[in-house]
Design a protein around this ligand. Structure first.
Ligand SMILES: [Zn+2]
Ligand SMILES: [Zn+2]
Length: 570
């Protein structure tokens, strides 16, 4: 928990220093510190105890002191002081896409608005005319950014919600009196963003469980507290609704609280048609009021004459019809994944050495992993020159012999403005697996962007298109492309299309992935790993795949090494 808090604080400090026009190196140092703490594999408290804070990359003596101060006192004096030196609105504004520190400062100085809402009003009233540095187009962009923020407000990315819920669940388990505990709601359905977290518990001592829950250190405020349920707000400002039910009703309650709403409405209608009544306590015969199901979810579905429906499918998009005919597909499982196809090493913008990558992936149980550092044009992310890439190819071939897992060498090749790839064929042909991606020119026309993808797919050396729509949650929406055309062309050229499992990307998303399956496109699921922790994101990619009804046969990296190599050979 402290790791996350420190990450936020260091990012805020960098933001404030930027607004104040401070020294660029100093700002960068805080940003780097934030990233490094964010990616620590260990609790900062433990690192302090071990006296190893100075060993964290990018943490010098000064930052180490600040970290220790915060962990021991819960405050960082420097940050508290700094915060008071600028209006709060300036800080809020930095989160708005299209607003940099300079603009934030101008807006605050000129408008004297106290909140983003007020600012929005002033902007739409045209109160900002004739201010140097703020042209009409800029103002329109700011308004767009504010709307974007508003849209994503109170929505937590799946990865974040999952982390919080896992933490709460593991704490509660330790405190006892719990027979079963699980997240329900849209989190259990693996939706890409979540409004609030639902936790369901089976226990015979609800009072005790509620007592434990409301006293957890992660909780900032108890909004309501009843005999069997409670709502709280965590320190990350996330709402958690928790309910305790008797074990014999756990299945029906889980079904009820998992949703979706539309799915449950259909189920209840089916129950009524059968002379049954269905609620969170169970399924009952209306005539006799006798309970006939509810202990587990399987019994609930079976009482309605349905096969069990995995939570990720419960959206009333045809799954009930499938369940009626007992035709629910066996959805992809995390264990089906045999390798990762998109991993960055420390030769571009990742943090891991080739050997580390091999070791971690072997530990996960993979048969292969592809190293895909950025290509030369993406200088900002440490893109490799041809020479550097050739050196890496040799290095990977050498390491391969001693790691017990097949390390493959690839590249995340930029698709340039004209649709050409960032390396020539003489380079690409040496790679085991090339993925092509767009990292620039997002605002081009739909036709132009589509053309760039089609051109890249044409290259006989491209194996996969990475993060095809480019959306980055909380930062930018997907760019406009003719996705159907791209998918069909990829299918015909034996090019896979990625579900990028990075929680802010999840790109393709569930709907697009489902469309890809319909069209017969092969999907690759990969983590876009930059740090050790990122490998765990495969779980979220598989979640998207399950929401898209994908099966093992639809996914490229479920193939064994031998079959994988055969499939990608062109
Ligand atoms: Zn990328
Ligand atoms: Zn990448």
């Amino acid at each position: 928990m402290k790791n996350q808090e420190l990450t936020k604080i260091f990012d805020y400090i960098a933001d404030i220093l930027e607004i104040k026009g401070d020294n660029l190196f100093r700002i960068r140092a805080y940003r780097r510190a934030a990233r490094n703490i964010e990616n620590l594999g260990e609790e900062i408290e433990k690192i302090i105890k071990d006296g190893a804070v100075d060993d964290i990359p990018g943490i010098g003596e000064d930052l180490a002191e600040k970290i220790k101060e915060y962990v021991s006192t819960g405050k960082m004096w420097f940050y508290e002081k700094l915060k008071k030196s600028i209006p709060k609105l300036a800080l809020d504004l930095m989160a708005v896409p299209g607003v940099g520190p300079k603009t934030a400062k101008i807006l605050c100085d000129r408008l004297k608005a106290k909140s983003i809402k007020e600012l929005e009003k002033y902007l739409s009233q045209g109160r900002l005319k004739n201010i140097p540095g703020l042209r009409e187009k800029k103002i329109a962009n700011i308004l767009k950014g504010i709307k974007f923020i508003r849209k994503s407000e109170h929505k937590i990315p799946l990865g974040e919600a999952f982390r919080i819920s896992e933490e709460i669940i593991s704490r509660l388990k330790k405190l006892g009196e719990i027979e079963k505990i699980t997240a329900a709601g849209s989190l259990r359905r693996m939706k890409e963003t979540i409004r609030d977290i639902d936790i369901l518990i089976a226990s015979l001592k609800p009072q005790k469980v509620i007592e434990n829950f409301t006293a957890l250190p992660e909780i900032k405020q108890v909004a309501s507290r009843g005999k069997t349920k409670s709502t709280v707000i965590t320190k990350d400002d996330v709402q958690i609704d928790m309910r305790v039910v008797r074990p014999q009703s756990f299945g029906s309650a889980l079904c009820y609280f998992t949703g979706s709403k539309n799915h449950n409405i259909r189920l209840r209608k089916m129950a009524v048609a059968k002379g049954l009544k269905m609620n969170e306590y169970g399924i009952f015969e209306i005539r006799t009021n006798k309970k006939i199901a509810g202990k587990n979810e399987e019994s609930v579905y079976s009482a309605l004459g349905l096969a069990y429906i995995p939570p990720e499918m419960r959206e009333d998009k045809g799954e009930i019809e499938l369940a009626r005919g007992h035709n629910i597909p066996r959805l992809l499982e995390l264990e089906d994944i045999k390798g990762d196809l998109h991993v960055h090493s420390d030769s571009s913008d990742g943090m891991l050495k080739f050997e580390d990558i091999a070791l971690i992936c072997r530990e996960i149980g993979y048969e292969y992993v592809v190293i895909t550092d950025h290509s030369k044009s993406l200088r900002i992310a440490g893109g490799l020159s041809e020479k550097e890439l050739f050196t890496n190819i040799k290095k990977v071939r050498k390491i391969n012999k001693k790691t017990g897992i097949r390390l493959l060498i690839g590249s995340e090749v930029d698709i340039l403005d004209n649709g050409r790839l960032d390396y020539g064929n003489n380079v690409l042909k040496e790679l085991d697996f090339a993925i092509a991606a767009i990292h620039s020119g997002f605002r081009e026309s739909k036709d132009k962007l589509t053309y760039r993808f089609l051109k890249a797919i044409e290259s006989k050396f491209v194996n996969m298109i990475a993060h095809p729509t480019g959306r980055l949650m909380g930062v930018r929406d997907a760019y406009e492309i003719d996705l159907d055309k791209i998918l069909k062309t990829a299918r015909d050229a034996n090019v896979a299309v990625e579900i990028n499992a990075f929680p802010a990307r999840l790109d393709l998303d569930d709907n697009a992935s489902h469309r890809a399956k319909e069209l017969g496109v092969t999907i690759g699921i990969s983590t876009d790993t930059h740090t050790r922790k990122n490998f765990g994101n495969m779980f979220f990619g598989v979640g998207v795949a399950r929401r898209a009804w994908l099966e093992k046969k639809d996914v490229l990296n479920t193939l064994s090494l031998a079959d994988f190599l055969k499939k990608i050979r062109k």
